[in-house]
Design a protein. Structure first.
Length: 80
């Protein structure tokens, strides 16, 4: 969404508007990736709780997911 300045001075504001759009797209992509990671981790946890996979398998797959989605902190380790 263009700012008021962009609507008034389109030629001067074009680089700024383009930069803002790119930042918005990047944030949206990051949010979508985080959501997808959360869904996959949730499904993985369900497999563990249903005893369809072992704790060792769970840890290996979780580490792979964290690497794939570039997750650096394991917040689920804090859950008691």
């Amino acid at each position: 969404m263009p700012t008021a300045a962009c609507r008034q001075l389109p030629k001067q504001c074009l680089p700024h508007c383009f930069e803002q759009n790119i930042k918005s797209e990047v944030l949206l992509m990051k949010s979508e990736k985080l959501l997808q990671y959360s869904i996959e981790l949730s499904l993985l946890t369900q497999l563990l709780q249903s005893k369809l996979i072992t704790e060792n398998e769970y840890q290996k797959i979780k580490q792979k997911l964290m690497k794939e989605y570039k997750i650096t902190s394991d917040l689920t380790a804090m859950i008691a």
